[in-house]
Write a protein that binds this ligand. Structure first.
Ligand code: PLP
Length: 366
């Protein structure tokens, strides 16, 4: 098979499962218990927290483990606005549904250009408000100028959250350098297990608890920690840390090769967001006159796995809100496929994908 849906989820890094296994049957103590046996689990959670914090230049206490990216996004918006209900939230129209469906009624969405980059807006912001803007888009791969926006927000006393679910582990990120107050991350998008993620919350960001109960995760997110998953997440970060740049370069080269070949071999296609900074493995391609769902089924029959939009929208008959926001018509949006590579994909695999896509397109257009 050729797997090209790494934005939906990734295979766990070799070594992650083995790191997790002892925490199911051997060291199964509750990290909150006070006896020596539980120290093993507690130490493992804190070790993972340190590894992860170090990777993004944060303090370990600023990492709040969650069940994944969706929960981290919900926490960022809700725990922030619950603290003071007169706060407004500003965001973009191309955020993940985990943000868009969490917005309070005092929320404003800006506009993006044809590449998915946020346009400067005429919003009248007030100190204490929140700006939430994704680091990189899950359908296009477009990277936003977060650092510049965060700098500007800080001078106006506005807090900044970024959803870095797609970017984390694929490009280097330092939260202090970036200047954000909050950042959402999910482990299963970068070789870690599913069902675990975190929200980075800088120590100077006022927040209400998200899940009430015991005192876990600094009272922000009560509930016994998912120890094996946290351990696996830490292990995945340890594995990728030294190879982020190397993998970035390899993925980008293969992705660019694929796009060049698609353009050479198939007429009337558009590579979306090609002219701006993008994640190295993302490729969003509109093939005019073709129904993406039919092509995906043909690819599926040939054991090539890609998608038409975000995995969370599978089964949704409406054209992608991201593609609509960058100005595509319904027809163009429904003719758009998302291929997301990882560092293991090869040029030979890309040759095969182009061949199969071309076969389908020629057949439809003849
Ligand atoms: N945010 C973005 C940008 C995503 O791409 C996703 C998943 O596709 C999420 C949030 C949700 O993450 P999770 O699947 O861990 O809940």
């Amino acid at each position: 098979m050729i797997y090209l849906d790494n934005a939906a989820t990734t295979r766990m890094e070799p070594g992650v499962l083995n790191a997790m296994l002892p925490y199911f049957e051997e060291y199964y103590g509750n990290p909150s218990a006070s006896y020596t046996f539980a120290e093993k689990s507690r130490d493992a959670v804190e070790y993972a927290r340190e590894i992860i914090a170090d990777f993004i230049g944060a303090d370990p206490e600023e990492i709040i483990f969650t069940s994944g990216g969706t929960e981290a996004d919900n926490m960022a918006i809700k725990s922030f606005t619950w603290k003071s209900s007169d706060r407004w939230v500003y965001t973009s129209p191309i955020e993940h549904k985990a943000i868009l469906n969490s917005l309070p009624y005092k929320a404003l969405k800006g506009e993006v250009d044809s590449n998915g980059v946020l346009k400067p807006s005429g919003f009248y912001v007030m100190p204490g408000d929140l700006f939430s803007l994704m680091y990189a888009n899950n359908e296009l791969g477009t990277i936003q100028p977060i650092k510049e926006i965060a700098q500007q927000c800080r001078t106006e006393g506005v807090y900044v959250h970024t959803d870095a679910v797609q970017a984390f582990g694929h490009i280097p990120i330092n939260v202090k350098d970036l200047g954000v107050n909050m950042m959402s991350v999910s482990a299963h998008k970068m070789g870690g297990p599913k069902g675990i993620g975190f929200l980075y919350i800088s120590s100077d960001t006022p927040m209400s608890p998200f899940i009430s109960g015991g005192g876990q995760e600094r009272f922000m997110r009560a509930g016994t920690e998912n120890v094996p998953a946290i351990v696996g997440f830490g292990k995945a970060v340890e594995i990728i840390k030294p190879v982020v740049q190397e993998r970035y370069d390899k993925m980008k080269e293969t992705r660019d090769y694929f796009e060049d070949k698609m353009v050479d071999e198939i007429s009337d296609i558009v590579i979306n967001a090609k002219s701006v900074e993008r994640l190295p493995g993302h490729s969003s391609i509109t093939i005019r006159g073709i129904k993406a769902e039919e092509l995906l089924e043909y690819l599926n029959q040939n054991e090539i796995y890609a998608s038409s939009g975000s995995a969370c929208n599978t089964g949704d008959e409406h054209p992608s809100h991201v593609l609509k926001a960058i100005g595509l018509t319904d027809e163009e949006a429904n003719s758009t496929l998302r291929f997301t590579l990882n560092h293991e994909n090869t040029k030979e695999e890309m040759d095969r994908v182009v061949k199969i896509v071309k076969e389908f397109v020629m057949n439809k257009r003849s």
